[in-house]
Structures are given as structure tokens and as C-alpha cells.
Design a binder for this molecule. Structure first.
Ligand code: SF4
Length: 436
């Protein structure tokens, strides 16, 4: 296949395409971003599946473009979600690359170009023997432009995580590895004056983080990164920060590896707010439906809000609490956790954020919670046998693959999906992890 024409497909934000762009750069290949009108014209299509919703969007893309695995182009899927659920990815691809392909995509494309069937220990095909374990590559210095007109630059500084939080696949999927500061500095120099996102699962734990931040300043780059663990907030320079508190109570936080008490949360948040020049904006991520969650955990979380309200510094705080019900992932200690897909967390969350009809004494941003439909579609990807999940996705109406229905219809649609996949002997108990 001389002069291979390569297409690329990634759903959602530019940032999700970082891994694919890195692999293409290391392979010294360029690829066209395809649309439904152009996908059929390339020889090879590289697809990133980043999270569960991408499977549904990919099926819609196949319908609208007329392409399918087994025809033209050759479809190769990679990405974090594909690595976690390679059997399902294989139902939507000719080949799935499991793990990091940084140094390997080039060889695979060379084989296709020379007319051979691609072979690689981490390349998986439906029904082709044992699943490979994820490929691990050393991260290396690389930058992509993101945002409108590529105004920002995104640079990976580490892979994996030194911590091992029980729900988080980022530390389970790959070992912790860093890009050396001496490799990152030339990138900062090349992109001087640009907004910057230095990313890693827990970026402030990079052993040379201070050196990298200093270099960014030296080259006039504004570091827009704002993620940090609660015990690392002082490493964030701006007035905005995002951290994962995860458990509603200290008891639940202890079970997942973030054992902070309410008093510690208030103390560290207060220190962050009081050391900022401007009003602080704090995004705080929480997980509902952790194993063993009880009403007492919600009461303790409400007490945290009361303690924040009593603190003087909270007049200078805008708090954005975000509640995500647990999505048990492969490669984590909670993979087999029991979940309750139809728990009404949305109402409970709304009541709390609105102080049961009152108003909190600090500014709070109201956020929405995944409901039964999102949770069911996610559980189908992670917990149904791959063939059954793919069977269902291929039967779903296109509008449902692309958009959520009206809020008041979603629970009914979730139940209809479960009834439908029941024809493949997948039960609600299986999806909730309560089947014997
Ligand atoms: S939740 Fe954060 S700190 Fe914990 S393992 Fe994941 S990336 Fe690391």
C-alpha cells in the first residue's frame, strides 16, 4: 500500500488527542482529521477511545460515514478506554492497540504500507487469542496546541501516579514515570509567552516540579494547570484550584486513600484562600455510591459546609463541588464494587447545595450529577460481556447515541436499555455488580 493515507478521529476536546498526536509524531507520520464525509477515503483510520461515551459516538459515526471494520479503511483503535476494555474496542475495530503506542505505531503503519498484516504483541483482534497486557512506554517531551487557534500548549510531564487511590485507574494502568525537566525546558523555550498546561495524573508530585515551573516563568509561559491533591494545594500558583476530596466523610475517604478529616479540609482550604490575592475558585470532586456509603456520610459532608460557612475566609471563596457517582473501572481496587444505578443522587445533591431551601453563607456553584442513564451506559461498557454491549450499541437509535433525551425521560430509557440487553442475558444485577 504505497503512500499510505492516514486519517484520525478523536471525539471531544483537543486534549483527548494528545496520545494519538504523540504517537504520530514519534512515527514521523501525519494524519488528516476525518469527518463522516471523508473517512471512507483514507487507507488507515486511527481512532482514540478516551471514555465510555466514545463507543456510542463511534457507532453513530460508522452509520453516518458508511465505514465499518472489515472494509476500507483499516481501523485501529487506541486510547485509555480502549486499553481498559479492549474486547469491546475490538468489536468496533480491525485492530486495538492495548496500552501506550508511542514507539510502536510507526512499525505497525510500516507493515500496513508494505502490504503485510500488522503484527505486534500489544495489537489485539477480536477472537485472536489472549488479551495482551497494556504496553508501557517511557514518556518523552512533546507539546500540542489546544484551544481556539491553538492558543494554549499542552505538555505531558509524567505518566501514572505515585499514589494508589482505590477508584483511580491512572495509577493502576501504568507505572509512574517522569519526563525530565531538562527535556521539558527546550519545549517551554520554543513556546515562550504561551499559556501552558503541564499535565500528569498528579503533576505537583513530579520530582522536578519547582524547576519546571521556574523555567515556565523564565520563558513567559503562564501555567494554567490547577489540579492538585488537597495536601499539595500550596504548589498551585493562581487563585483557582481543582482537587479530589472523593469521599463524603473521613471514613469513606480512608477507604480510597485520601484520609482527610473535615478539620484538615477546612484548614488546608483556608490556607489556600488566605494566601491568594483574588477571590478563590475551588472545584472539589466527590464520589457518590462508594462501597458502604450511609446517611451518616452525607451528614458529615453537610457539616463540612457548615464549617466552611463559619470561617471568615469563606467570604472570599467560590466553591464548585462536583459529585460523580462511582464508575468502577478495570485496573482499580473497586473494579467489582456494588453500585446502585437508580439511586436518586441528583435530588439529594440539589437539596444539599441549596441548603434545603435556604442559602449557604459562601458562594456555591450548583452542578449536575450523572443520572441512571449515564451510569447505565457506562456500566454496559465496563460490565456487560463485550459482544452483548456491542450488540446493544449497534441496535440503539442514532439520536440516542449522540444525545441524551429529556431529563424526565432518562430513567425510562435506562430501564429500556437494560431490558433490551437482557435479551443477551445481561441483568441489572450484573451491571450493578451484585450478581452471584
Ligand atoms: S486520584 Fe489523583 S492522586 Fe489518586 S491515584 Fe489518581 S491521579 Fe493519583
Amino acid at each position: 500500500m504505497a503512500g499510505l493515507t492516514i486519517g484520525k478521529l478523536c471525539f471531544g476536546a483537543d486534549a483527548f488527542a494528545y496520545g494519538l498526536e504523540l504517537c504520530l509524531a514519534r512515527a514521523a507520520r501525519s494524519a488528516y482529521r476525518v469527518t463522516t464525509a471523508t473517512a471512507g477515503a483514507v487507507d488507515v483510520l486511527l481512532v482514540t477511545i478516551f471514555w465510555y461515551a466514545d463507543y456510542y459516538r463511534l457507532e453513530a459515526f460508522y452509520r453516518q460515514s458508511g465505514i465499518r471494520p472489515g472494509g476500507k479503511p483499516i481501523i485501529i483503535i487506541g486510547g485509555m478506554q480502549a486499553t481498559m476494555t479492549p474486547k469491546l474496542a475490538a468489536c468496533f475495530a480491525d485492530y486495538v492497540f492495548v496500552g501506550d503506542a508511542d514507539e510502536h505505531l510507526g512499525g505497525i503503519l510500516d507493515q500496513i504500507e508494505s502490504g503485510k498484516r500488522p503484527e505486534h504483541p500489544n495489537l489485539y483482534r477480536a477472537g485472536a487469542g489472549d488479551l495482551p497486557s497494556p504496553c508501557e512506554c517511557e514518556p518523552s517531551a512533546f507539546a500540542i496546541g489546544t484551544g481556539s487557534c491553538h492558543s494554549s500548549v499542552r505538555i505531558e510531564i509524567a505518566r501514572g501516579c505515585r499514589f494508589k487511590c482505590a477508584f483511580c485507574c491512572l495509577s493502576g494502568l501504568k507505572p509512574y514515570k517522569e519526563v525530565r525537566a531538562s527535556e521539558i525546558e527546550p519545549l517551554l523555550q520554543a513556546h515562550h509567552g504561551r499559556a501552558l498546561s503541564l499535565f500528569a495524573p498528579e503533576r505537583t508530585m513530579h520530582s522536578e516540579f519547582d524547576r519546571i515551573v521556574l523555567a515556565a516563568k523564565r520563558y513567559g509561559c503562564k501555567d494554567m494547570g490547577q489540579d492538585a491533591r488537597l495536601d499539595r494545594l500550596e504548589h498551585v500558583s493562581g487563585s483557582s484550584v481543582t482537587f479530589g476530596l472523593e469521599g463524603l466523610s473521613q471514613r469513606l475517604r480512608k477507604t480510597i486513600g485520601k484520609p482527610w478529616s473535615n478539620a484538615e479540609v477546612v484548614e488546608r482550604l483556608g490556607r489556600f484562600v488566605e494566601t491568594r490575592k483574588n477571590i478563590s475558585r475551588v472545584s472539589m470532586y466527590l464520589i457518590a455510591d462508594l462501597p458502604g456509603e450511609m446517611d451518616d456520610d452525607w451528614t458529615e459532608f453537610r457539616e463540612l459546609f457548615l464549617e466552611i460557612e463559619r470561617a471568615d475566609w469563606s467570604r472570599r471563596l467560590v466553591l464548585c463541588p462536583i459529585l460523580n457517582p462511582l464508575s468502577p473501572k478495570p485496573y482499580t481496587a473497586l473494579e467489582k464494587a456494588h453500585i446502585r444505578l437508580f439511586s436518586d443522587y441528583a435530588s439529594r445533591w440539589r437539596r444539599l447545595l441549596r441548603k434545603e431551601g435556604g442559602q449557604w453563607g459562601f458562594r456555591i456553584i450548583e452542578t449536575f450529577v450523572w443520572g441512571p442513564l449515564e451510569r447505565t451506559m457506562d456500566a454496559i461498557v465496563h460490565r456487560a460481556p463485550a459482544e452483548a454491549a456491542a450488540w446493544l450499541i449497534r441496535r440503539m437509535p442514532t439520536p440516542l447515541l449522540l444525545r441524551k433525551p429529556r431529563m424526565d425521560a432518562r430513567e425510562g430509557v435506562a430501564r429500556a436499555l437494560i431490558a433490551e440487553i437482557g435479551k443477551q442475558e445481561v441483568t441489572l444485577n450484573m451491571l450493578e455488580g451484585t450478581a452471584p
